[in-house]
Structure formats: C-alpha cells, structure tokens
Write a protein that binds this ligand. Structure first.
Ligand code: LCS
Length: 395
C-alpha cells in the first residue's frame, strides 16, 4: 500500500499513510506499544540489532513501533527519507543542530522565527562554539552576505513566526548548496499539506508537531525529516544520544490527529482567508499580513511555493500595543493563548509572550513590532469568529 500511495492525492495519502492494519491482530487503529524495551530471542539477535544488522526494536529512546508509524506518515507526506519523532519542536531543532554541527560551525537563520528557536542559538548553542547570524531570509542578498566559509547550515522558517514573512526555499537551497551548506526548513506553519520543502531543495524539514500535525492542542511533540538516507542515519544517531524522544502514547495521539491534517488545514485556511480580508477592511486595524491577501508583499511567492496561504494571520490594531491588548482581553470565542495550528482559534501578543525572551532590538529588527497580534484561525463557523473579533475591536 505504502508504495502505491505516492500516486494518490494528498488527502488520500494523509488518511492512509502509517495506518496499515496491525499485522498481529488486524486492528485497524494502530496499537500503542507502551513499552520502554523490547525482548531479544537470543544474544545473537540482540547483538545484531545493536550492530544495525537486524531491524527489530531495542529500546524506545531509539525507536518504537507506534512512533515509527507516525514517523512514516509525516515523512511520507513531506517526501523525505525517514522521520524522527521528538518530544517537542524545540527537541526537533536541537536534534538537527546536535547531529550536524560542532564547534566553529556557523549557522545563518531567519531573523523572525519562533523566539526560543532563535534564542537557543544565541544563548545556548553559542556556549558550545556554534555561531549564528540572523537575517531576513526573504532577501537572498542578505543571506549571501551572511554566509561564511564555516557556514554549515541555513535554517529557514517560512511562513515565519509571527511576521508571516515568506522565504523562497528553492533560492535559499541553491545559495546553501553552492557553498557546501545544508538547508533546514521549519515547516510548522504550512504543514506538508501546503508546502513540501524537500521537493524545493531542502535537506531537512522539521516541525513542532504540537501544532497542525497533531492539531488538537493536547500533545507536545516534534518531527525531523531528512531528504536522504545518509542524512537521516546521521541525525538518528545523534538523536539516540541526545535523548529527545516522544512518548509512544503521545505519538499515538499525534498519529490520530494527523489523519485529519488535510481536512483541518483546509478548513482553518478557508476561515483565515475570510477573516484576513475582513480585518483588512476594518478602520480600527492598522495593517494585516496574510499570504492569501494581494497586499502581502510575497503573495506571488506564496502561490508558487505553497498550495495555500495557511491559517496564521498577523495584524496590528490602530493605537499599538494598548489597543491590541484591549482587543485580546475582550475576545470571548477565541482563546488568549500561545501555540497555534489547533482546531480552535488562538490569539496572542508575540512581543510580550512567544517572543518575549528576545531582546527588543532584535525583535524590532526582525519586524516583530510591539503592537503585532498573531491569530491562528481555527475551524469554527467563520461568522462566529468575525462576530467575536468585531465586538472585541469595538469595545
Ligand atoms: N517552530 C515553530 C515555528 C513554532 O511555532 C514552535 C512553537 C516551535 C518550533 C517549537 O515547538 P514546541 O517545542 O513548542 O513544540 N511555537 C509556539 C508558539 O508560537 N506559541 O507557543 C509555542
């Protein structure tokens, strides 16, 4: 089945990948292998597994049958060699850095990315000799200027959190490869339903699975997908020692959520398009950034690189942060909470929340203004979302 799936549509593939009946019992829903360790038939078999000569399971930090289904499913949609499920999106990013970089290596990354993803380079990986430069990766001239002979990795988040700025993946992949570097893309905001970076030239894709992949605001997890077997093997070796594995029950929940990824993403996206257009017409709103609007500076790139503009919108209420905070305090249907990509509408203020750990100067330079509000549009009836925002803006 897995072989033929590649020829089918995205929704069909999403529903069926990783979902084969359990070979032992025929169970249609996958079993949860809630076991930390797996018995060997004899010493020779145990030794063969440790030597990589036998594919069987050893220990859940290294691999688990429930988790493997999720890894197979996500990497299938991403078009990658194999997935590595991690305990969080941060663990996914750190698995990549831990597996690929060392002292003296340099990273070029998107200046407007999830705050902790940036801060872990500036505050933590720098202590281990990994250097980093953050630039607006939507500008190829700035990416080229930032490259050094020691640059081993470019990390791009597109659409970026929370500015919704897009980076041209194919162009940045070419810049990386011409200079002997690799490209990693955070595909959390788009999900593989809307964007498949490996097909555009990325070497590694990663996710906060906490978001669209799981989609129900009840799991924290991450995923790393390598484009090639060689890279996948290197990353998995590092991952086994870094130790950021996901619990099998969490993996099972994420796999259950994943089955409806295409349905959820398209439903959230169609609401987001309506909400973004409505926001743009409101006199109380200063500006709106959403790739599905003609006013987005990279509207054309979104059509070229993505199969849809997604469900994340950023905007600013006239009157800056005070006016924005007033709106956030007044919403009733939308939930004032960080995170995104669930079936419910979430709204938050990055400068004081998700990106608060970044120094203000870096935030402003990255385009994360004090008044920016980010909304992750959910699957509710769109008229109800608009009614909620309308009354919150009026109060
Ligand atoms: N990458 C992106 C684009 C993210 O938005 C996040 C989390 C991460 C990686 C890290 O994933 P985690 O470890 O949380 O699973 N973004 C969050 C946000 O915008 N609000 O709360 C978390």
């Amino acid at each position: 089945m897995a072989h033929d799936l590649k020829k089918l549509g995205m929704t069909t593939r999403n529903i069926h990948t990783g979902q084969h009946p359990d070979p032992a019992t025929g169970a249609v829903a996958p079993p949860i292998y809630q076991s930390s360790t797996f018995a060997f038939d004899n010493c020779a078999q145990g030794a063969a597994r440790f030597a990589g000569e036998d594919d069987g399971y050893i220990y859940t930090r290294m691999g688990n049958p429930t988790t493997a289904r999720l890894e197979e499913a996500v990497s299938h949609l991403e078009g990658g060699y194999g997935g590595i499920a991690t305990g969080s999106g941060m663990a996914a990013l750190n698995t990549i850095v831990f597996g690929l970089l060392g002292k003296g290596d340099h990273v070029v990354a998107t200046s407007s990315m999830y705050g902790p993803s940036r801060m872990v380079f500036e505050r933590d990986w720098s202590r281990f000799g990994v250097e980093s430069t953050f630039v607006d990766t939507s500008r190829e001239d700035l990416v080229i200027e930032a490259m050094r002979p020691s640059t081993k990795l470019i990390v791009v988040e597109t659409p970026a959190n929370p500015t919704i700025v897009l980076t041209d993946i194919a162009k940045v992949a070419a810049i990386a490869h011409e200079r002997g570097a690799l490209l990693a893309v955070d595909n959390t905001f788009a999900s593989p339903i809307l964007q498949r970076p490996i097909a555009l030239g990325a070497d590694v894709v990663y996710h906060s699975m906490t978001k669209f992949i799981n989609g129900h605001t009840d799991v924290v997890g991450g995923m790393v997908i390598a484009a090639t077997e060689e890279l996948g093997t290197t990353l998995r070796k590092g991952f086994a020692f870094l130790g950021g594995c996901v619990d099998p029950h969490q993996a099972w929940l994420a796999l259950r959520g994943f089955k409806t990824l295409a349905l959820r993403v398209r439903a959230c996206q169609s609401n987001a398009q309506v909400v973004a257009r409505w926001l743009e017409e409101q006199p109380a709103v200063e500006w709106v950034r959403y790739p599905g609007l003609e006013s987005h500076p990279q509207h054309e790139l979104s059509k070229k690189q993505m199969d849809g503009p997604g469900a994340l919108i950023s905007f600013e209420v006239k009157g800056g942060i005070e006016a924005g905070a007033k709106m956030l305090d007044q919403v009733e249907l939308a939930t004032l909470a960080v995170s995104l990509g669930g079936i419910e509408t979430l709204i938050q203020h990055p400068a004081s929340m998700t990106h608060a750990a970044m120094p203000r100067d870096s935030r402003v330079q990255a385009g994360i203004t004090d008044g920016l509000v980010r909304v992750s549009v959910g699957c509710e009836d769109v008229d109800d979302i608009i009614a909620d925002f309308s009354s919150a803006l009026r109060l």
